[in-house]
Every structure is written in C-alpha cells, then in structure tokens.
Design a protein around this ligand. Sequence first.
Ligand code: NDP
Length: 323
Amino acid sequence: MQILIHSADAEQWQTAIAKALPTATVISSHVTLEARHNADYLVAWQPPGWLFEEQKGLKGIINLGAGVDALLNNPALPAGVPIVKLRDAGMADPMIDYVRYAVLHFQRDFDRYARQQARIQWQEQPLAPKAEWGIGVLGLGAIGARVAQTLAADGFPVHGWSRRPKALDGIRCYHGEEGLATLLGQVKSLVTLLPNTPATRDIINAETLAALPPGASLINPGRGSLIDEAALLEALGPVDAETRSGKDDGNGDTGRLRGAVLDAFAYEPLPADSPLWRHPRVLITPHMAAPTPRDAALEQVIDTLKAWQAGEQVPSVDPAAGY
Ligand code: NDP
C-alpha cells in the first residue's frame, strides 16, 4: 500500500502513519515526482490540481478536515474515488467551547457591557433566563449534533435543522424549508454549522434574517459561503449610529439583528476593507473555532486506511450532496 500525504505538516503525518502502518510506503508530496508515483491512497488537506493530474491510480482520498468543499470544488478531482472526511475527530469539543462562549456573549450581555464600559457606564442588565433563550443550530452533523446537545444540557431550548429528518434526544429537530422557517421564528441565537454546498450558499440572507425575532444574534463558525454579507450588514444596521447620534436604545442595538460572532468568511483572511471588521456589534475570529487535533485525526486516518486495506467499505462523502 502506497500512501501519499499532502498538507502543510506532511512530514509529521508521514512519520505517524508510517509508525502505525509499518508495511505501507508513506511519502510526502514534497518529495520528487519519481518517488511519489502511483499512490493508492491520498491523505490531504486542500491538495492542488497537479497532484490529481499525476496520480492516476488513487483508490481513496482522506480529507484532513470536516469540510470537503475545497476538495470537491477542485476541477482536477477524479470522479468515482471514495472520499472520507474527518468526523468530529476532536473538533467538536473546541467547537462547543466556541459556540457556548458566543451564546453567552449575548445571553449574558457581554456585548452590551463592552459598549457600556466604553462609555464608562455602570448599569446592570436584567438577566435573560436560559429557558427563554431559544437556540437554533443549522446542521446536525458530527459536530453540529454535539454542539446542539451540549447547549440543551446547559439548559437552553435547542432547535436543530438538517437536510434529512433526524431525531436527537433533547433537540427539536426540523428539516426542509418549512422546518427552517419554523425554527427561525423561535430562536434568539442562530448557530450555523452547515457545510458549504450549492444548497446552503447564502442561506443566511435578507429573508432568513427577517424571519428571526428582533434582537436575535448570529453565530457562524461553519462556512463564509452560508452568509450573504450585504444582507447581514443591512440587518445589523448602521455602523456608528450609536456613537454619532446617541439616539439608540442605550444598548447600542440599533439594528434588527443584535450582533454576530463570525469565524468563517467567503474570503479568508477577511479583506481589510470589509465593513465587518469595524462593525461594533460584530466579533471576528480568524477561522480558529475548531482546529484539527492531530492525535484524534490520526486515529481516524489509520482506521480508514486499515479498513480500505482489508477491503472494507468506509462511509464516504456524497459528492452529489456536496458533503
Ligand atoms: P457533517 O458533514 O457531519 O454534517 C453536516 C450537517 O449539515 C448534517 O446534519 C446535514 O444534514 C446538514 N446539511 C447539509 N446540507 C444541508 C441542507 N441543504 N439543508 C439542511 N441541512 C443540511 O458536518 P460537521 O458537523 O462535521 O461540520 C459542520 C461544518 O462545520 C463543516 O462543514 C465545516 O464547514 C464547519 N467546520 C468549521 C470549523 C472551524 O474551525 N470554523 C472546524 C470544523 C468544521 P443531514 O444530517 O441530513 O446529512
């Protein structure tokens, strides 16, 4: 079995996989063309097109991340080669922390207290009970389902949405367009953990934002493509209305949407001239919500390679669905 690795830290993956699979030949895409000829399996993060042009005998590809959008959008990707992506692989835990922090940012008014501090204003906000703080989680996959169930265990009413009907303990589950509309009307924080596919592109748009109750907040650690940024800015309202006029509600919540916590963007790094950078009710993080921990990922990579070596089927990505 010949395994080709392509990632920024390919040498570390190479050493770890070679140790776990001593009979396999494991090489990095950084070596010469002759040496990397005819790999059976590719283990990669965002491989370039030329790698597919030269590798004509691939029997399987392991995507070193949960999102397969970049891989599926690669025009050189050979058709019919099974793709296995990481499923949770240690990413759900940091994602839970990220989303929990973002929900509390709004539910415990940290956004308002930050603005009050800027005005040197000591004013306690009334506590919004968790039981009345509905959370919507769009995407109930390996990561989304764990986020939803953790928030439900924290005491929030959680509504989840997936492509196919789903049943999850403690979560009100919806699917389809009607299900989405029902969910949106009930949530104070909307969390987007959907993959980037043609069906999910701009799913957060003027219409879906308008369906949220006034004062709702958006948390997007999923993909930038999910958000129509112009519609988001419109829903957030004018950037500096509060500082200019001082005529807002005293909390700086001048727009229909109370605020947004964003980790993923259509263009990364987020361009310096994006108005999102300077919006006082937007918190921006640089796609750091849930990095892939190598140990947990390695375990899944090895299990998949062993299963393929034994001729077993491994659940793989559905290219038609796009995830
Ligand atoms: P999965 O592929 O396991 O799950 C995707 C979920 O989205 C499923 O519940 C699926 O429905 C649902 N879905 C897909 N298409 C649609 C649609 N058209 N309508 C409704 N629901 C849909 O993904 P993960 O949970 O592993 O990860 C979610 C996303 O989080 C990733 O795609 C990635 O973009 C992002 N991510 C971001 C990270 C970061 O650091 N910011 C790190 C890791 C992931 P069904 O259950 O019916 O299949």
